[in-house]
Write a new protein. Structure first.
Length: 277
């Protein structure tokens, strides 16, 4: 892997003094990229492609925000988000990859994995939910597993969202301070905060072993949420060749003349939501 700053498309005045993208610039570019996402969605649907996108990273790195910006503009029947919880007792007895295989895309689908089978190399390893032997087996098997997916025709794209410990601390505190975000902070998140270096070692080995030619990791600099979302989406759009097959605008035909045979029931026979606003 290498760091590529690319060529920034906006002039300096589009950034704040802290070097972060201004809100109005961000929203305008996000809309442009979301229009492209709709084109990608329609192409995948029309051609029967199968696309799986993995979003990994530390807690509060920005994975969910990027996923939400993709999902909010697309058809949930085509672009599907998968965020699996801890495995059940039954799932723990299965082949490790089995519950993820069930969520892989069918023809005409894009699946966004909010965390994935890489849980074994990260949280399960650091928190002691998997033995050393299970982790070693996973790291040996996962390149073969992903190669099998790719050979079957699935387009597999993997993103790692990277943030500093200082930025994670700031985001954790923002979650504590906001009643709207407090639910995002779990005891597991707090414990992972205490094991930053352990996660760092686990992440480094995971990337070293599983960053392959056929299935590379793409690292997203997550320090600025706005730039991270735009960089991720714009890169995603380059990973699948697509054409614009979105239907052209149509003109609505005139409504047919009413035949006056329908009579609406009295309003007081229906129960309405109270109009408080």
């Amino acid at each position: 892997m290498s760091v590529d700053d690319g060529q920034r498309i906006f002039p300096p005045e589009c950034y704040t003094k802290r070097g972060r993208l201004r809100r109005e610039v961000y929203l305008s570019e996000l809309e442009r990229l979301q229009i492209e996402l709709v084109k990608l969605q329609e192409w995948v649907k029309a051609t029967g492609l199968r696309v799986a996108v993995l979003f990994e990273g530390r807690d509060a790195a920005g994975k969910g925000g990027a996923i939400n910006r993709i999902a909010e503009a697309t058809n949930h029947r085509v672009v599907r988000v998968v965020a699996l919880g801890p495995p059940s007792d039954r799932e723990r007895t299965q082949w490790y990859f089995q519950r993820y295989v069930a969520e892989l895309p069918a023809a005409g689908e894009i699946v966004l994995f909010d965390r994935s089978w890489y849980n074994r190399a990260g949280v399960e390893r650091v928190m002691g939910f998997a033995s050393d032997a299970e982790v070693d087996e996973f790291l040996w098997a996962v390149p073969q597993f992903e190669d099998m997916l790719i050979r079957s025709g699935i387009i597999l794209i993997k993103y790692w969202f990277s943030i500093s410990d200082e930025e994670q601390e700031r985001r954790f505190q923002a979650r504590i301070d906001s009643p709207l975000k407090r639910w995002k902070l779990s005891p597991m998140d707090i414990e992972s905060r205490n094991r930053w270096e352990e996660y760092s070692h686990a992440k480094d080995e995971m990337l070293r072993v599983t960053d392959t030619v056929g299935s590379p990791w793409w690292v997203v600099d997550g320090e600025d949420k706005r730039s991270a979302r735009l960089n991720c989406i714009s890169h995603l759009l380059t990973q699948v060749e697509y054409r614009d097959v979105v239907p052209d605008p149509i003109e609505l035909p005139p409504r047919p003349a009413p035949v006056r045979t329908y009579e609406r029931p009295p309003i007081d026979e229906q129960t309405f939501v109270p109009q408080r606003y």
